[in-house]
Design a protein around this ligand. Structure first.
Ligand code: GDP
Ligand code: MG
Length: 369
């Protein structure tokens, strides 16, 4: 992602680098004057000094699309979309796997080998969508394209290790994206687990546990023994309920590419999260500069499906090209529209690339003189 040095950021705000470094320390980030900070950290810092940051949205993925205005009467509740964040080795993958496996019914057991980078579970009769993409990537790459995919961030902190640098980064990312955080204090099965210490450290970073009078939900869990997982899912549903998440299933689909690759046999394959509307077989779509017609869709259990509604992750076959993770996709009214939009975007992209190279070579020229 994009970064800015502490020095440059200080200059933009007319502050001394020292003031920024002090603030950063307060946020738990040790920094020097030349250090590069990421967009989210810069945004939080700027806010601390009373500035608003305009994250430049890469408009090209929206270009040439007419956004649809939803009639409020068409909006219906949709499942929440959750990402898992936290320090390396604190158990993000284990937790995602444990939640998925605990929720596989006997009839689905055979289909579970299929892995599409996102999955849905049902708890108390309500669906929850989990994204496998590391949360910070989901936030940064997708926000840069103007997309917000996550409704809730699960912050995994190992009870035997405590708050670490990437935990702090994750907190900052979630805050910048204004996504509510639920803390999963993991590995409580370990003899050296110290959940209370984790809560103390979280408090130092502005996440005060509910037990201590704050508003941060902390759930002790073990991805290994599966203790606390039910409770975690319950808390997710509780937070989601407050958010009153809604979407319009009746319109043309729109969503975000979660991951994409070129499959030898199947051609370009994109895992997308449908965020609003319903994606159907035969729909004409554009995703970034790629376009195509939905030839087949495969859900997280490896089943072929004919349609996918809001908050549903599906693999989509039929694109002309491999889109980029974070690209927005739109279903449009027909093939011709899809093709025209993708051609226009490609032309614009080439033009921008050309401009960029011209500029660089001119600069080089001046240097030589
Ligand atoms: P990630 O880097 O955050 O995705 O962490 P992983 O899921 O890969 O887990 C890192 C290590 O911690 C692995 O060896 C896991 O087996 C172990 N681990 C994860 N969760 C637990 C847990 O709840 N209890 C114990 N004892 N070990 C765990
Ligand atoms: Mg992992």
């Amino acid at each position: 992602g994009d970064t800015i040095s502490v020095k440059d950021l200080a200059m933009k705000m007319n502050k001394s680098a020292g003031e920024l470094i002090k603030k950063l320390m307060g946020l738990g980030v040790m920094a020097t004057i030349n250090q590069e900070v990421d967009v989210e950290t810069a945004e939080i810092l700027a806010n601390e000094f009373g500035f608003e940051v305009d994250i430049k949205v890469d408009e090209s993925t929206y270009d040439f699309i007419e956004e649809i205005e939803d009639d409020p009467a068409d909006l219906v509740p949709r499942p929440c979309v959750v990402t898992v964040m936290g320090h390396v080795d604190h158990g993000k993958t284990s937790l995602l796997d444990a939640i998925r496996e605990s929720n596989v019914t006997a009839s689905e057991a055979g289909g579970i080998t299929q892995h599409i980078g996102a999955y849905q579970v049902v708890h108390d009769g309500k669906k929850i969508t989990f994204l496998d993409t590391p949360g910070h990537e989901a936030f940064t790459a997708m926000r840069a394209r103007g997309a917000q995919v996550t409704d809730i961030a699960i912050l995994v902190v190992a009870a035997d290790d405590g708050v670490m640098p990437q935990t702090v980064e994750a907190i900052n990312h979630s805050k910048a994206a204004e996504v509510p955080i639920i803390v999963a204090i993991n590995k409580i099965d370990k003899p050296d687990a110290r959940p209370e210490r984790v809560m103390q450290e979280l408090t130092e970073h502005g996440l005060v546990p509910e037990e201590w009078g704050g508003d941060t939900i902390c759930v002790p869990v073990s991805a290994k023994t599966r203790e606390g997982l039910e409770n975690l899912l319950e808390m997710i549903l509780l937070v989601a309920e407050v958010q009153e998440l809604k979407a319009n299933p009746k319109r043309l689909a729109k969503g975000t590419v979660i991951e994409a690759e070129l499959d030898k046999g199947r051609g370009p394959v994109a895992t997308v999260l449908v965020q609003t509307g319903t994606l159907k077989i035969g729909d004409s779509i554009v995703a970034g500069t790629a376009h195509g017609k939905v030839r087949a869709m495969i859900d997280d259990k490896g089943r072929r499906v004919k349609k996918a509604g809001p908050s549903t992750p599906v693999e989509v076959l039929g694109l002309s090209d491999v889109p980029q993770a974070g690209d927005i996709f739109h279903a449009v009214k027909d093939d011709k529209t899809a093709k025209t939009i993708s051609e226009k975007r490609l032309a614009k992209k080439r033009e921008e690339e050309l401009k960029a190279t011209t500029k660089v070579s001119l600069d080089d020229l001046f240097k030589q003189i």
